[in-house]
Design a binder for this molecule. Sequence first.
Ligand code: PXG
Length: 287
Amino acid sequence: MSLKIWIDGELVDEQNAKISVFDHGLLYGDGVFEGIRVYNGGIFELAAHIKRLYESAKVIRLEIPMSESDLTQAVEKTVEANGIIDGYVRLVVTRGKGTLGISPLTCASASIIIIADCIQLYPEALYETGMKIVSATTVRNHPLSLPPQVKSLNYLNNILAKIEALDNNVPEAVMYNHEGFVAEATGDNIFIVKDGKVCTPPVEAGALEGITRGVVMKIARADNIEVVEKNLTKYDLYVCDEFFLTGTAAEVIGIIEIDGRVIGDGKPGPITKSLREKFFKYARGKG
Ligand code: PXG
């Protein structure tokens, strides 16, 4: 079945959903995006995603030619038009069509694309067994270059780290910042548990301020678990009691080994499992 894709104010059939080869999103990775889940027909944390999108756009001096409330409605309309009950929305804003040359001034107007589709998830067994991970040598973007909080179309730095993961036959890699502190994984935020406390790097360490991260912190605190945002080193990851990642696609997934060091008893730990279950129920509106 052909999907209906939203492009610049219109829902068009997938085969007619086209953008110019002169779009600076394609030519230079000039644009921003969001990846959003749909659970039981509800769009999860849509307001938070819309806010992050507009903030990312502001930082790269990209004007989104639509109000936040109109864009929110456009996302809802696209999900409905495709009959998506459980799935995934990719919301993309590109700099738009311009001429060759990186100046954004040649692009008259940003383009807005909304895709509502199914989602490719990690196999369920991986949540039971937990995942292995490696440290990447590729350093997370320096905050004085493209700020890591911006969810831009320019993912090459993270893609290089992802390739390091895949070369090691694992799905994810830890990225460190220019000072050697843990930043995040290539498409997920990082948490550890040590002595009953849940710790995650502060956003300033070079992480995207993940929506899932925020929800998981809230769920943990509501459960009277202490949550601390602090800089973490490779050492902290090697000697922690539990380790997990959070993200829109992964939700909460346990890590059982990093760089050949086994975490805990080599299975997802009790706090990880409990937070995964609580997040699962909360997201699906059963919490
Ligand atoms: N860090 C990075 C670099 C990400 O790209 C996260 C953390 C987690 O953030 P959220 O808000 O999702 O909890 C992300 C999110 C995809 C895809 O299709 C990528 C993400 C999310 C959804 C889909 O590659 N990354």
